[in-house]
Design a protein around this ligand. Structure first.
Ligand SMILES: NC(=O)c1ccc[n+]([C@@H]2O[C@H](COP(=O)([O-])OP(=O)(O)OC[C@H]3O[C@@H](n4cnc5c(N)ncnc54)[C@H](O)[C@@H]3O)[C@@H](O)[C@H]2O)c1
Length: 276
């Protein structure tokens, strides 16, 4: 979608981090923006900050894990701005995994937000985009955790591999509309404090033993996030990818070796299979 000015973008997880940076970049490009988020105070502040760039920015409370909530957010967007052209299914959460602490609550929460949330966004907006004829583009936020298994056995990695798969699959069927899948490595955001948005229905997270390897991994991830890329840099890459209609949106070229290692292992295993 070459021309963004005058069109409308809908961004989930738009109150903070990458989602807020996307909203800012869209507003700066002359787009109307609807931010959707579960966190009311942060959403209000985010909308206010973007309204300093453009009056055509609004917000709607939305829990992406709940299909009906996403439907309501979509309707609020149509009511506010008419057509929606760009949909960023970006909201995401991280919770502990590992083989020593398999928490079904953690798995359900992360899968509901990171995977079902993306599906709900697609389901609520795709018919609208296909019907209005004014062009459309979907961007699903996955992660480098959807390309290689650096985080090990975790609901987060499983959810992000699924988002990559969904996006690649859609790319074949969505034409002439565009789709991108955003795969960043560490970005300086509040993702490490995801628990702030954990609904009661998913129970409480169990504190980790501070001497455990899992706790050491969480601490290392927190340090990497603090030293991560700025969200605005990520958002700029997303806008370029939308304009150039690119499926894969990478932000950390240094991760190439890990992806190569994964595919090398897969290809070596295939090469080891004798023909039937
Ligand atoms: N920060 C990183 O290092 C990194 C790396 C790769 C991918 N990502 C992905 O980027 C996306 C954005 O995360 P971020 O890093 O900006 O984190 P963040 O915590 O700063 O922002 C996430 C936003 O999602 C919202 N949210 C959480 N649960 C929600 C729900 N159920 N419904 C609606 N909104 C909800 C939060 O309120 C918050 O505003 C996520 O999908 C995340 O997995 C982040």
């Amino acid at each position: 979608m070459r021309e963004l000015a005058g069109k409308t973008a809908f961004v989930t997880g738009g109150a903070a981090g990458i989602g807020l940076a996307l909203g800012r970049a869209f507003a700066q490009s002359g787009m109307k923006v609807m931010l959707a988020d579960i966190e009311a105070d942060a959403l209000q502040a985010a909308v206010k900050s973007l309204q300093e760039i453009s009056p055509d920015v609004s917000g709607t409370i939305c829990d992406v894990a709940d299909a009906e909530s996403v439907e309501r957010a979509a309707q609020a967007s149509f009511d506010a701005f008419g057509r929606v052209h760009v949909v960023c299914n970006n909201a995401g959460v991280a919770a502990g995994g590992g083989i020593d602490h398999i928490s079904l609550d953690n798995w359900r929460w992360v899968i509901d937000v990171n995977l079902m949330g993306v599906l709900h966004g697609i389901k609520s907006f795709l018919p609208h985009i296909r019907a209005h004829g004014g062009g459309g583009h979907i961007v699903n936020t996955a992660s480098m955790a959807g390309m290689q298994v650096g985080l090990g056995f975790s609901p987060y990695g499983a959810s992000k591999f699924a988002v990559v798969s969904m996006s690649e699959g859609l790319a074949h069927q969505l034409k002439p509309h565009g789709i991108g899948v955003l795969c960043p490595s560490f970005v300086r955001t509040g993702i490490g404090a995801s628990e702030r948005n954990r609904p009661e229905r998913y129970g409480q997270s169990q504190p980790l033993d501070p001497t455990s390897p899992a706790a050491a991994m969480v601490a290392a991830i927190a340090r990497n996030i603090d030293a991560g890329l700025e969200p605005d840099t990520v958002a700029a890459r997303v806008l370029t990818a939308i304009r150039d209609d690119k499926l894969y949106i990478f932000t950390h070229p240094g991760m190439r070796d890990e992806v190569e290692a994964r595919f090398a292992a897969i290809l070596a295993a295939m090469d080891g299979v004798s023909p039937p």
